[in-house]
Design a binder for this molecule. Structure first.
Ligand SMILES: NC(=O)c1ccc[n+]([C@@H]2O[C@H](COP(=O)([O-])OP(=O)(O)OC[C@H]3O[C@@H](n4cnc5c(N)ncnc54)[C@H](OP(=O)(O)O)[C@@H]3O)[C@@H](O)[C@H]2O)c1
Length: 182
């Protein structure tokens, strides 16, 4: 089949976890295994081939949840924060080889991942809308993008808030139901 032009690492899992519960460590490891190492394993077989050809694009699907720590979602939040930084490292390493790395950090999208959520999900996107925004970002070879634009404003504010303000806002926010992933 030859070397592809674009490699997208989209697979991911999300669940609520509690930092106080030892048994949740299994879920923590699994979430990080899939959401972080899964992306590395997806990209790795293509890096040398892209470098040789001096062309290619890697796309990683992160999350707004990776911008600040979310209570009740320690595993997911940590996995996506680590992913955002891994993708940034990759992006800079790939610059001399004419290889683009695009990080997409979505807010909420209507998929099975969010179908069980009982809390309000502001600016939630239908899958088709989300896919169109993904395609646009990939076509434009964006380095980092939060979608939709309303979430981009939220995400930028989240980054700027001092810890005490973030703590106050986040502690009253919605929490994903705790469940084990093995
Ligand atoms: N939905 C949202 O609101 C939202 C927001 C921000 C970011 N994201 C991110 O968007 C990406 C896609 O999520 P989604 O909403 O489409 O979730 P989803 O509906 O739960 O789908 C998850 C996908 O990941 C695959 N997957 C999970 N574990 C895997 C593994 N160990 N090996 C291979 N594939 C695996 C699943 O494959 P199978 O069906 O074969 O299990 C499925 O195709 C994820 O990275 C997620 O974190 C989603």
């Amino acid at each position: 089949m030859g070397v592809p032009d674009i490699v997208i690492a989209n697979a991911g899992v999300s669940t609520g976890t509690l930092n106080s519960e030892r048994e949740d460590l299994v879920t923590f490891k699994r979430v990080i295994d899939i959401n972080l190492y899964g992306v590395m394993h997806t990209f790795l077989p293509f890096i040398k081939a892209f470098k040789k050809r001096q062309h290619g694009q890697f796309v990683g699907i992160a999350s707004v949840a990776g911008i600040r720590g979310l209570p009740g979602s320690g595993a997911y939040s940590a996995s996506k924060a680590a992913l955002i930084n891994y993708l940034e490292s990759m992006r800079i390493e790939m610059l001399p080889h004419n290889i683009q790395v695009t990080t997409i950090a979505p807010g909420y999208i209507k998929t099975p991942m969010t179908s069980g959520n009982t809390f309000a999900m502001p600016f939630i996107l239908d899958v088709d809308e989300a896919v169109n925004l993904f395609i646009k970002a990939i076509d434009r070879k964006k380095k980092f993008i939060i979608i939709p634009w309303q979430m981009n404003i939220v995400g930028k504010l989240m980054r700027l808030l001092p810890a005490s303000v973030w703590d106050f806002l986040a502690k009253q926010g919605p929490k994903k139901l705790r469940a084990m992933i093995e």
